[in-house]
Design a protein around this ligand. Structure first.
Ligand SMILES: C[S@@+](CC[C@H](N)C(=O)[O-])C[C@H]1O[C@@H](n2cnc3c(N)ncnc32)[C@H](O)[C@@H]1O
Length: 370
């Protein structure tokens, strides 16, 4: 499929770059479309909610962030209540999840006093939203913002990543009768529109592809997320060496499907991936199996993935919904029930989304993962 490279200013810029230097990897395209300093999708504004492009779980209901806050406070207790402890969120969006988490985690005595907040966020506009959301929730405790998780100062950590890994750039590889080729973004015959193209045949590419997908029949496709694997390895070694744990929630599967999962969404609708770089969100399914292997190889204990619905139910989302409903109006009760179903049902986010825990090696049977 081909689309006008000139549909957005960033598209025109990328087309000019490809004309000069040749096709680019899907990962480079994705990184530019999402985080180009001038025109990247996340850099300008706030894409969340009904009026935006998509709605994430914390924007569906406060219950999501509250249960995650309690999960973190419980984990803090299990690791011996270190003080200080880093509470880190990767890609906090509007800051809603963290604000709800901190409010709920007050229930754990001593927890908020021990917490130092660190937010890993690429977008200046969203950093400003997060500061607004967290100001009242953390009086006297200003968060620090980081460009990369690896910049976090030493110490034990509790880390949350909801819908973060799906935004990390992936590379795509196609199996042909002659072997693996990288799928690239180039130009269509008119020299202007962006189009997928196959890179040169290169036997060495097979080394980049995990064992399972590597055995695919011709026509198969493999997606690899080097940034996600690097982050999982960093996380694994960090919690193994300095203590703590992480909760990763995202959409994807324990094993990749062998089909392309890269998708573009704008105004809650699927779009052509190459149509409007900078104007549409781009995401790819998270390969939980590959993340788990990378973290475990670095020394961490990995639990899950479990489906989001089961995870939230095990943490008590139904009890929380009932408590919220007690003082609610009839209309609010309906909304609470509908939010609960959206977060937990197979027709909503309950099965497609999964939770994975990456912790220091001595932790067993964490809530939600038993
Ligand atoms: C889909 S949003 C999820 C937001 C939030 N976690 C939620 O659930 O509502 C992705 C978030 O990650 C940030 N982000 C995306 N790519 C990033 C990167 N490479 N480095 C740091 N932040 C990034 C975005 O700006 C945004 O805050």
């Amino acid at each position: 499929m081909t689309t006008p490279g000139g549909a957005t200013p960033l598209g025109r810029r990328l087309a000019a770059r490809i004309a000069r230097f040749g096709p680019m990897t899907v990962a480079d395209y994705m990184a530019a479309a999402l985080t180009d300093p001038e025109a990247g999708y996340y850099m300008a504004g706030d894409p969340f909610g009904r009026a935006g492009d998509f709605t994430t779980a914390p924007e569906v209901s406060q219950m999501f962030g509250e249960l995650i806050g309690l999960w973190c406070a419980d984990l803090w207790d299990r690791i011996g209540r270190p003080d200080p402890v880093w509470l880190v969120e990767l890609g906090p969006g509007r800051g809603t999840l963290m604000a709800d988490a901190l409010r709920a985690a007050k229930a754990q005595p001593g927890f908020l006093e021990a917490v130092r907040l660190a937010l890993v966020e690429v977008s200046p506009a969203l950093r400003a939203r997060q500061a607004e959301a967290l100001g009242p929730a953390a009086p006297g405790r200003a968060p620090i913002w980081l460009d990369h998780a690896g910049d976090l100062p030493d110490g034990p950590l509790l880390l949350i990543a909801n819908e973060f890994f799906d935004a990390l750039p992936i590379r795509q590889f196609e199996k042909t009768a002659a072997g693996w080729r990288e799928r690239l973004v180039g130009l269509a015959e008119d020299g202007e529109r962006l189009a997928f193209t196959a890179g040169p045949e290169a036997p060495a590419l097979a080394a980049l592809i995990p064992q399972g997908p590597r055995e695919a029949e011709p026509g198969g496709l493999a997606e690899v997320c080097p940034a996600g694997l690097g982050l999982a390895a960093w996380l694994g070694s960090r919690v193994a060496g300095q203590g703590g744990g992480a909760l990763v929630i995202d959409y994807g599967a324990a094993r990749p499907s062998g089909r392309p999962s890269l998708q573009a969404v704008s105004r809650h609708r699927s779009q052509d991936v190459l149509a409007a770089p900078g104007d549409a969100d781009l995401t790819a399914h998270v390969d939980f199996g590959a993340l788990a292997e990378a973290a475990a190889a670095a020394g961490a204990r990995v639990q899950g993935p479990v489906i989001q619905g089961r995870f939230l139910e095990a943490l008590g989302i139904e009890t929380r919904a009932a408590a919220l409903a007690r003082d609610a109006s009839a209309a609010q009760r309906l909304a609470i029930q509908s939010d609960l179903e959206r977060l937990t049902s197979a027709a909503g986010m309950g099965e497609h989304f999964k939770a994975l825990a990456v912790t220091q090696p001595d932790l067993d049977s964490l809530p939600g993962f038993a």
